[in-house]
Design a protein around this ligand. Sequence first.
Ligand code: MG
Ligand code: MG
Length: 285
Amino acid sequence: RSPDPVIGRRSLELKTAPQLQAMQRAGVVLSEALDATLAAAAPGVTTAELDAVFAGVLAERGATSNFLGYYDFPASICTSVNDEVVHGIPGDRVLQTGDVLKVDGGAIVDGWHADSARTVILGSSAAGTADPADERLSAITREALWVGIAAFASATHVGDIGDAIDEFVTAQPGEELGILEEYVGHGIGSAMHLPPDVFNYRTGHRGPKIRSGLALAIEPMLVRGSIDTKVLADDWTVVTLDGARASQWEHSVCRHDGGVWVLTAPDGGASELARFGVVPVPPGE
Ligand code: MG
Ligand code: MG
């Protein structure tokens, strides 16, 4: 979401272990729904069909959508293709070979929210059906997310996350990637969007202190060109001004007395965090 000066002054919601466990249940359903949605994503499929797949998994698992009806948003996921960065509305757009598709979704279980996004490229450079620069964009954005989560595991302040992501992205050799500043991560829990803002770049401010029970949605959004964006006439879809392609990866994560846990990964992030020497611990343990 966009940085919010009013929300930015509100106090942080700190969750109990049972509340984080409810978020974890929402996160696992969400992860399954994204698995099914990305498995269905292929050339010839419409983004509305993907929305139906996602909504079907939520309904089957007794979860509800936090996207559907949010400021009248008409779907359960955002589908953003190529130069569309975030907030794309599913519809009759037919996916093409080589497209860079971002699927961002959320779920509510027992009143507790989860939010996660992934990028998928509909082809592969090895097969000659995708641009290797797009694959690199998605791979670096994905790794930037894990770098941010690894930083959050031991961070003292929320700003440490953006510092780590910025440092990682800036250090990548080759084509320079831009980190979006107009859209940022956020707190999450009893609502999808809570304070604080979670910047994906070095702001020069340390941000709020991290305390046990804090849950955040970390969501780096990277582009292959300028970070300038505009919103289309549908009042939702955010596109890059220069038409460059974008990637977004997002997880909901928490800190608790026992450590860190990735709420939207079935293994709590264990497999990805191992390379950072971080061992996640489920809330309540
Ligand atoms: Mg999201
Ligand atoms: Mg989010």
